[in-house]
Design a protein around this ligand. Structure first.
Ligand SMILES: [Zn+2]
Length: 252
């Protein structure tokens, strides 16, 4: 119960913060020229993060309508930042815009989309890990090992929030290895897939974090040993196992 109250209090606080940021008072700085938007920076990003979290945690269910008006009331901000945030979410594939209905949470991946996603991952990421073992800077390597350790599964906290944090850190882990390859196009193509936004909506299960943690350890060990073949194999195995863990939760 305390958790629910805490969450509500948190939401009220966020609404207040967002409200405070969405001031309609004239800016202290010289008035913006026509066409420019004068608004405190970060507002759209905050609204984006808030709606994204609600979609990721399934508080907003797949396919559910996302009424702009109720978000205006709930977040205490105007329609403009909400529409901008929804457009960003649409670009990331988490939201769809439907004629006569408006914005809806995207459906979770179907079997074909899921298989396509993993096919690309298997083409790009093991090779990225191989190159990272050869090229990643020592400092980045230390950082990524630290990140992998932070993802240690916490048996005392198998909450949705802990799972969502794991999803974020997993995304960061894979992004950093792709960047470590030294090929920006590898990193960019991976980031465009928005892998974690899609796969972590499929299923909330603490077991997933435990298994992935052990697999990440094998990847970081290979990177530390600067062993390209081993890093490539460890990444391939991690992605294949991730596929097996999640494919059963997709529908045709
Ligand atoms: Zn992973």
């Amino acid at each position: 119960m305390g958790g629910v109250r805490g969450r509500q209090a948190g939401r009220t606080r966020i609404a207040k913060e967002l409200n405070a940021m969405d001031t309609t008072a004239p800016p202290a700085t010289p008035p913006a020229t026509r066409g420019q938007i004068s608004r405190p920076s970060g507002l759209v990003e905050n609204v984006y993060a808030r709606i994204r979290d609600d979609i990721m945690s399934l508080k907003i269910a797949p396919n559910a309508r996302i009424p702009v008006d109720s978000l205006v009331r709930e977040l205490g901000v105007s329609q403009t930042p909400i529409r901008e945030a929804l457009s960003m979410l649409e670009a990331n594939g988490l939201v769809t815009k439907q004629r006569f209905i408006g914005y809806c949470a995207a459906p979770t991946l179907n079997r074909k989309q899921f298989e396509d996603l993993y096919e690309i991952r298997l083409l790009v990421e093991p090779y990225g890990a191989r190159r990272a073992a050869e090229k990643m800077h020592d400092r980045d390597l230390i950082d990524i090992c630290g990140l992998a350790l932070q993802m240690s599964p916490d048996r005392a906290n198998e909450s949705r929030a802990a799972y969502d944090l794991f999803a974020e850190q997993d995304s960061e882990f894979h992004t950093r290895i792709a960047r470590g390859s030294g090929n920006e196009l590898i990193a960019e193509s991976l980031s465009r897939l928005h892998v974690h936004l899609h796969i972590f909506r499929l299923r909330f299960h603490p077991e997933i974090t435990k298994e992935a943690y052990a697999e990440h350890a094998l990847i970081t060990r290979a990177l530390q040993r600067r062993h390209p073949e081993e890093a490539e194999a460890a990444m391939r195995s991690h992605i294949q196992k991730s596929y097996e863990r999640l494919v059963k939760f997709t529908v045709d």
